[in-house]
Design a binder for this molecule. Structure first.
Ligand code: KG4
Ligand code: ZN
Length: 340
């Protein structure tokens, strides 16, 4: 008998990106992301403005995802959406839209945990991209989260460690802000870091027990470092920008890699996958590639478009849940906090 194709329309609206994607089984047909530029003026995401922008973006983004995929909404098998964690007002836009559309089309609704999706993005089928075998360790590094997760199976995950204060993406963005770079500063800091000397300015690394992280101390030491040097030389930041960025990035990557090494030691698992916006960082990508040679790890880094927030990662979870018949009903509520 011919196998029936499953078409999932996925919606992601947990923070400041409105995204819709269509998947056919494990393959992505389209993945449209509308990034909200409005927050740049404020140096960070303004929740109320984010929900309003989602309201404006969601219909055109969904239309575009369907037309790029060349799929009519009548062909859809189910609708998957981000239930949490995230900003409540933002989540509500995606959830309400998904509920109404599923009801209108009379197809199942599937709720997805955003952090699980960052991990399961590795299972979107892409030519030439290998998927991690179970069990593996996943490090999710984004603007809102920093976690090391033991992944035994698609839906059997255990958090081994997480940040006690700022997320690593926040550490990048806040450091960049102290250097006068616009929001979000992470990608810019990365760009300048590639031109500088990582050993130019040593910054302390925090002493945190176990597999947990802390980044707030680093932020404070960068603040004092900037204040002290700018007082002596008002041109200090412009004259040394590349070296400062390289030194900050070197310190952050050192913190991440030390915890990963500890997690490998504790679990004996050398299959390492990363996910979340900070996986786009050149420093972590290089460090992981080197670990394959020096530590014998196998590393898995998602394609660029699946690193930052996107609906294709919600779609792959939707597909996996569809296969299990894990549907949700119309009474489902969004969750600002939602553990994996
Ligand atoms: O996963 P994501 O798109 O959104 C959240 O769920 O938080 O991650 C966004 C974060 C931002 O903090 C951004 O500055 C950071 O990822 N980021 C980077 C890079 N690209 C994005 N940080 C460092 N280097 C990069 N290349
Ligand atoms: Zn995210």
């Amino acid at each position: 008998m011919e196998k029936k194709n499953i078409y999932i329309l996925a919606i992601e609206s947990s923070c400041d990106d409105t995204s819709a994607a269509v998947l056919c089984n494990k393959k992505k047909l389209s993945n449209v992301v509308a990034t909200q530029k409005i927050h740049e003026e404020y140096g960070g995401v303004v929740p109320e403005l984010a929900s309003r922008a989602h309201q404006q973006n969601i219909v055109p983004v969904v239309h575009q995802a369907l037309s790029k995929a060349n799929i009519d909404k009548k062909q859809l098998s189910a609708i998957a959406f981000t239930r949490g964690p995230g900003l409540m007002g933002s989540l509500l836009v995606g959830a309400s839209f998904s509920k109404s559309l599923a009801l209108g089309l009379d197809i199942p609704l599937i709720e997805v945990n955003h952090m699980q999706a960052h991990i399961l993005a590795h299972f979107i089928e892409e030519e030439g991209v290998k998927t991690p075998p179970f069990p593996f360790l996943a490090m999710t590094i984004s603007g809102g989260h920093t976690q090391i997760v033991l992944v035994r199976n698609y839906f059997d995950m255990e958090i081994l460690g997480e940040t006690l204060d700022d997320a690593v993406g926040e550490a990048f963005d806040k450091s960049a802000k102290l250097l006068g770079l616009p929001y979000p500063g992470g990608p810019l800091l990365d760009k300048y870091a590639q031109l500088g000397n990582p050993k130019a300015f040593p910054f302390p690394t925090p002493k945190v027990a176990g597999l947990d992280f802390s980044f707030s101390g680093l932020k404070t030491s960068i603040l004092y470092f900037v204040q002290k040097n700018v007082k002596q030389n008002p041109e200090f930041l412009t004259e040394h920008l590349n070296d400062i960025c390289a030194s900050i990035q070197y310190t952050i990557i050192k913190i991440l890699m030390e915890k990963l090494k500890k997690a490998v030691q504790q679990t004996g698992i050398k299959e390492i996958a990363i996910g979340g916006g900070v996986s786009a960082n050149s420093g972590i990508r290089t460090a992981l590639k080197e670990s394959e040679k020096t530590l014998g790890w196998s590393t898995y880094i998602p394609k660029f478009e699946y690193c930052t927030d996107n609906a294709a990662m919600i779609g792959i979870v939707g597909y996996l849940k569809y296969k299990e018949g894990a549907f949700t009903d119309q009474r489902v509520t969004t969750k600002a906090r939602y553990s994996i």
